[in-house]
Structures are given as C-alpha cells and as structure tokens.
Design a protein around this ligand. Structure first.
Ligand code: 5IU
Length: 476
C-alpha cells in the first residue's frame, strides 16, 4: 500500500513539474526578491492533479470530527474546496470577495446554519491574513471556524497568527518538507534548500502586526467575532450569549434574602448575560439556594458570576474558592480576583476542584473614589493576566485597556441613570458613556435595577441602552 507520505511526495514532484512551485530569483508583488515562488492557481489546468489534491486533503482531514461545511479562501482555494466537497459529500459555502462594493449582496453563498462548524481550505499560507478575512465574514454570521487545512505552509509565521486568532492550522506540506521531497528526487540541490531556508528565517511575519491594525481593535469587533478569539471557554460562551441574546448587561444582585435573589434572577433573566452575586451577604443562605439559581441561569441562558474578589495567599484562596458553605467553585462559572498577591491566587483557582469550565475577571481599576490603585498596578495586572490566557476571561476596569487583545472582556461596574454617586464613594457613568467612552463590553448595573419598583422593566431599559451604545460603537 502506498503510504500517505509517498503520495504527498509524488504530488509534490508533480507540483514542481507543472511549475506551481519554482525556485530561482523572483520578485514578489511588493517588489522583494524571493528564492521560491508558489502559484497554485495553475492546478485548475490539471484536473487529475486537482483530484489527487482533493483526495489528499480528504484523507488528511478524514480524522477531524464534526465538520458541517467547508469554505475555500477566494480565489485559488475555491476550485480546491469544490473538488473536496464533491468527493467528500461535505457541503460547501462560498465567500464573495467583492460583495462589499455591491452593498446588499450576500457575503456568503450557500446553505448554512448558525453554529455550523466550518473547515477553511486554503492553498498557501504566509501570514494567514486571507484566512482571517474569510473567517471574519463567516463568524459574523454565527458560523464557527476553528480549523483550517492548507496545502502549503510557507512557515513564515502564519500558523502563530492564526493560533492567536483561535484557529488551528493543519498543513499537508511545509516548505521544508516540500523541499526535502524535491531534493530527494534531485529536482533541487542543497544550495537551493539552504537559500530558501535562510529566506524563510529572515522573512518571518511579526505575529503582533495583525492585531495592531485598527480593524482588529477590540472596540471595533463584534461580540460574535470575538467568540473565536477568546482563549477562556467561559469568555467564549459569554460572547456567544451576548451575541444571541443581544445583551451586554450584567446585573449586580446585591440582595440579602434568598427568595429576593431568585425572584430577581427570574425577572431580569431574559435581559442579562451575567448575574453577579455577593453570596456572603445573604442572611438566610443555605446551599439549597444554588440549585434553583443554576436552573434559572440555564433556562434564561445567563452566566453566574460570584464577585468574591479573591486576594489571599494561594492556599487560602483554594479553600475560599472550593470549601466552606458557599462552595463557589461548584456553581460560579466566573469569579473576580485581585492581582495584589500575584500568581498564587490564579494558580489556586486554576488547580482547585470545581466546575471544569471556569473563568476569572482580574481587577485592574475600580469605580470607587479614592482608590489606591495606580497606573503601575493596572499595568502589572494586565501583564499578570497575559500569563494566564486560558483562565482569564476578562478585566474589571474603568477605561479602555487591552485594546489589542479582543479575546478578553472588559467588565465595568458603576453604571446608573439616576445617580452620579452614592454616599460611600461609588461613582456612576451612564450606559452610553460606559460603552462608548470607557470601553466596557459588559456593564454592571446594581441598584439602578434592584432598587427600581419594577426590576424587569429597568433591566430591559438598561439592556436596550447598552446594546444601542454597543451597536453605535461598531459603526464608528
Ligand atoms: N463593583 C463596583 N465597582 C468596582 C468593583 C465592583 O461597583 O470597582 I471591582 C461592584 C460592587 C457592586 C456592583 O456589587 O459592582 C455595583 O453596584 P451598584 O450599581 O449598585 O453601585
């Protein structure tokens, strides 16, 4: 039986023979010299080779699970995706490149459902930017894109950039492997291999550049798009909830009687994405409260968030998080933590027993007048957060921080329409300014809702104002 590697080798040699990969001295589109040139568009003229490519791709991704649809990155990968679709019977969708110029034309053609898992097919990857453009249009429609399969990885940094954007790249060939095959078959010599290797090493794309472009700024991206960028699973779930329920309202359920908490959850449930508790202020607390609370959260599709602000040494945090009567780790998918004691707090939350999916909001700024937090502390908090990308769901703060990390969520408390402050140092912003000026993704409203005669009506009002501000922000 012919091994997969042998098939790949034979295919690589065919690519060389038809001049789809060339070695020598070539000028790129931007005028730089390159010792290797790939033009895979030419494969359309060799139907047998196209068929072999489709077979190789199918054999390679045969082990992937749950692919609902495939999509080729326009244009070169369109015919490749078509061949794969026909041979594998996996339906395909097609992305239009030019739709924006026509205004109302659909960006994605074909049949798909929200939540479908799409495998992206591409020919050659350098920086990965073409894949990201295609993924953006698909995710904006609720299609999930976490994997791409490509014919050739030029090994110039694209894999890292895609990974930073939540996409795993599988490649049939790397440039190194392709050259190895060609050298073995004497199509190219050692000197060429060396030259290309030096070229790859000296032309690495900086992984940060794609996040530095203005279009990747957190404030300009939709929550749905950011679902794919979140590294923490609860943050991803929260983005999804926000996008589907169209709400970025978190209610601060600072009530002291169990039944009041349950009633509030029921009343505001349809309008919120997060229900934030201070479980230790409940006078009649009994663990029996937790089950119905979780049931309401499930039914109304919101996330339970215990604002515990863990701050002790790691060992104590471990106990506070998972033991005692509150057993926070068993029901709160999200918790807050201070950065003051450093890594120990986060290691403790990460390692403790409890829900498998958990996320932490680190506190970088507060809404309290006279807070001792200064710029250095805020900066150091963000640096600490970077070290725990899978645990940190977001940051609690009062200004637009971490603009280039769109996978994190900014949660901002201190929001009310009626008052500017309370008598204990709380300072309030309006829903509009907290989203448009302060950079909040999720706004926390406590007494603005809980003290209202009809919390459900107040919640709906805040929800609408916050969502309108977010929509306005996207159009800027
Ligand atoms: N909270 C703040 N400010 C902060 C932090 C947390 O208000 O800087 I960190 C909490 C406290 C309370 C809720 O649970 O958010 C705000 O409630 P009111 O909207 O009732 O002020």
């Amino acid at each position: 039986m012919v091994s997969f590697d042998d098939k790949l080798k034979a295919f690589s040699i065919e690519l060389f023979k038809i001049n789809a990969v060339k070695f020598g001295e070539f000028k790129t589109k931007v005028g730089l010299m390159t010792p290797v040139y790939c033009d895979l568009r030419i494969i359309v003229s060799y139907p047998k080779l196209m068929e072999r490519l489709a077979d190789l791709l199918i054999e390679y991704f045969g082990t992937f699970k749950d692919i609902d649809i495939i999509c080729g990155v326009p244009y070169t990968a369109l015919p490749i995706a078509t061949a794969v679709s026909i041979k594998s019977s996996i339906p395909m969708v097609m992305r239009r490149k030019e739709a924006k110029d026509y205004g109302t034309k659909k960006l994605i053609e074909g049949v798909y459902n929200e939540g479908d898992k799409c495998l992206i097919i591409e020919d050659v990857v350098t920086s990965g930017s073409s894949i990201l453009e295609t993924v953006k249009d698909l995710t904006d429609l609720g299609i999930k894109c976490n994997e791409t399969i490509v014919l050739l990885n030029r090994e110039q940094g694209g894999a890292k950039i895609l990974e930073n954007n939540g996409i795993v790249m599988h490649a049939l060939l790397t440039l190194t492997k392709l050259m190895e095959f060609l050298r073995e078959d004497k199509c190219i010599n050692d000197k060429t291999v060396e030259q290309v290797r030096d070229y790859i090493a000296s032309t690495q794309v900086d992984p940060s550049i794609l996040l530095k472009t203005p279009s990747e700024d957190r404030l300009t991206l939709s929550f749905l798009t950011r679902t794919n960028l979140a590294k923490n699973p609860v943050a991803a779930e929260l983005f999804q909830i926000m996008a589907t329920k169209q709400t970025n309202l978190c209610v601060a359920a600072d009530l002291t009687i169990s039944t009041d908490i349950l009633n509030l959850a029921e009343q505001v449930g349809p309008y919120i994405c997060v229900f934030k508790t201070h479980i230790d202020i409940i006078e009649d607390f009994h663990p029996n409260l937790l089950k119905p609370l979780q049931e309401i959260a499930e039914r109304h599709n919101f996330i339970l968030f215990e604002d515990r602000k863990f701050a002790d040494i790691g060992k104590t945090v471990e106990l506070q998080y998972s033991k005692g009567i509150y057993q926070v780790s068993s029901w709160a998918k999200l918790v807050t933590a201070h950065s003051i004691t450093g890594k120990g707090v986060l290691d403790a939350i990460k390692e403790s027993v409890g829900l498998e999916k958990r996320g932490v909001f680190l506190l970088a700024e507060t809404s309290a007048a006279g807070s001792l937090i200064n710029e250095n502390y805020t900066e150091a908090t963000l640096t600490l957060a970077e070290q725990y990308p899978e645990l940190i769901a977001g940051i609690v703060c009062q200004s637009p921080l971490f603009l280039q990390t769109p996978g994190l969520i900014q949660l901002t408390p201190g929001v009310q329409l009626e008052a500017k402050s309370d008598n204990l140092g709380q300072q309030y912003n309006s829903p509009e300014s907290v989203i448009l000026e302060k950079g909040a993704d999720v706004a926390v409203v406590g007494r603005g809702i809980t003290k209202s005669a009809k919390p459900e009506i107040a919640a709906e009002k805040y929800k609408n104002l916050l969502w309108a501000a977010y929509s306005k922000r996207l159009q800027k």
